[in-house]
Each structure stands twice: as structure tokens, then as C-alpha cells.
Design a protein around this ligand. Structure first.
Ligand SMILES: C[S@@+](CC[C@H](N)C(=O)[O-])C[C@H]1O[C@@H](n2cnc3c(N)ncnc32)[C@H](O)[C@@H]1O
Length: 256
């Protein structure tokens, strides 16, 4: 059953008949999965920030601070916020290191547009995280907040991050990995199946997009599998931890 089919079966909130990517088939449909994800984020861009803060009850600010601080050990050079969305991390990085060149990249131009006022000094680049238009070893750090699980090919996204990083550079991922403990599974199950689509649908009018977010988490790798992918793609994982009882996780890896 696709996410769209599941969503259409629930009568609770009016559903717009819009396509959402089928995360279960992303690996064999790289191009169409990417197009579906991009179109979906462009669609929800106007309400993304309001919902983000509402749905996370503001906890995400603390998670983002940890991610930004993890970049302190990087060598000198520009910083990339990959899958930057509405640029919350970009803005925090630019504020923390005002003299540093900061680039925000995302393939959904409307997400970047919605957030550009937060960090007007940062350059914005519309690009796919699996094929970025940046030179090898250009960045000293890449930070990616809640973007990796949307990629059709996770390993390719990590490989791209490695390619654009200098050796010694820092790659920080903030993500909702597939939960492995019973408690976290239960939390994500209720929250993702009930709260996310209901509240997301009410505010954005796009219940299916918020059902997709839950599905993308369920179909994603676990934190330890992600660590293994980082090691496979040329990183040494320096730090890997669950945040707020495993709701989100932080992984900090060094390009070696
Ligand atoms: C859940 S949002 C997170 C946005 C932001 N980083 C944050 O922390 O709020 C995921 C973002 O990843 C972007 N994205 C997903 N797949 C992508 C890809 N293949 N290339 C570039 N951006 C992508 C989406 O357009 C969206 O803006």
C-alpha cells in the first residue's frame, strides 16, 4: 500500500488529492522519487516553519544548537547547510561564525525562498544533495538537518558530502533514524501515524505530505546502519547519540 492510499483511507481531515513519493520504492526509482520529494517540499514551504515549531514543541532548537556547535572542530573554510530547507541551521551557523562563508543548498527552491530572510548573507544554491555543483574538497563542514532520509540513495548522499569536504572536515547529521528500541518505536508510531498527519494536514491542508514524513522515517536506516554507511564512504564517526530519548539523533563524522 502506498502512503497516498493509506492517507486517502482516513476521513478525519480533508485530503488534497496530491501525489506523494512512495518511499518504499525509492531505491529503484531514484529520479521520480527525487521529483516527488522536491514537489512535495515546494508545496508545503509556506507553512513548513509554523508546523515545524508546533510539531516539535520547540525542542528542535536545542538539537540544532548541538549540531551547530559540533562544527567548531572543523578546519578553516566555507560551511554547507545541505538540504537546508527554510534555512534554520544556515541562520544559526551564520550567526555563530559571522566571518565564515555559508552556503545553503536544497533542491526545493520554494523552501529556500521561504527562509532566505533568516540569513540574507548566506548564498543559496538550488541543487540535489546527491549531485552537488560544488568542487571537490571545497567545504570545511557540511551540516544536514532532517534531509538525509528523503534521499533516494542514502549512501550516494553521504558520498557527495565526503566529496565536497576537505580531509579533516566535519559532516554533521541531525536526523530521525528508524527507531530500534520499543519505547521509541511506540512514540514514533503514535506521533507519526496520528499527530503528524492530523496537525500537519490541518495547518498545511496537505495531510499526505505529513504522512510521508512518518513513512520516510520508518523506511530509513537505523542510527547504527547510518554510522556504517558513513564509515564505508570515507568518514570516521566521532560522535553518535540519541537526543530527547531517541526522538532525534546526532551523528558527527570526520572526513578521513
Ligand atoms: C524535513 S526538511 C529539513 C529542512 C531543514 N534542514 C531543517 O532542518 O528544517 C528536508 C529538506 O530536504 C530537502 N531535500 C530532500 N531531498 C533532497 C535532495 N535530494 N537534494 C536536495 N535537497 C533535498 C527538501 O527539499 C527539504 O527542504
Amino acid at each position: 500500500m502506498t502512503v497516498a492510499e493509506k492517507t486517502h483511507s482516513s476521513p478525519a481531515v480533508p485530503v488534497r488529492d496530491v501525489p506523494v513519493p512512495d518511499v518504499k520504492r525509492r531505491a529503484d526509482r531514484v529520479a521520480s522519487h527525487a521529483a516527488g520529494v522536491r514537489e512535495m517540499f515546494d508545496r508545503i514551504a509556506p507553512t513548513y516553519d509554523t508546523l515545524n515549531h508546533l510539531l516539535s514543541a520547540g525542542i528542535d532548537v536545542a538539537w540544532r544548537k548541538l549540531a551547530v556547535e559540533s562544527l567548531a572542530s572543523r578546519p578553516p573554510g566555507p560551511i554547507l547547510d545541505s538540504c537546508a530547507g527554510t534555512m534554520d541551521l544556515t541562520a544559526m551557523v551564520a550567526k555563530r561564525w559571522p566571518d565564515c562563508q555559508v552556503i545553503a543548498s536544497d533542491f526545493a527552491a520554494k523552501m529556500l525562498d521561504a527562509g532566505k530572510h533568516k540569513a540574507p548573507q548566506a548564498e543559496r544554491v538550488v541543487a540535489d544533495a546527491m549531485a552537488m555543483p560544488f568542487a571537490d574538497a571545497f567545504f570545511s563542514a557540511v551540516v544536514c538537518g532532517f534531509g538525509m532520509r528523503n534521499l533516494a540513495d542514502t549512501a550516494l548522499g553521504i558520498r557527495e558530502a565526503r566529496r565536497v569536504l576537505k580531509t579533516g572536515g566535519v559532516f554533521t547529521t541531525l536526523e530521525f533514524f528508524r527507531p530500534t528500541s520499543l519505547a521509541t518505536k511506540a512514540f514514533h508510531g503514535v506521533y507519526g501515524r496520528v499527530v503528524l498527519p492530523a496537525v500537519g494536514g490541518m495547518v498545511s491542508g496537505d495531510r499526505s505530505a505529513y504522512a510521508y514524513l512518518q513513512e520516510s522515517m520508518k523506511q530509513f536506516v537505523s542510527r547504527s546502519e547510518y554510522e556504517a554507511l558513513c564509515a564505508q564512504e570515507g568518514f570516521l564517526v566521532r560522535r553518535s547519540e540519541d537526543l530527547t530519548m531517541g526522538i532525534a539523533s546526532l551523528i558527527v563524522a570526520e572526513a578521513v
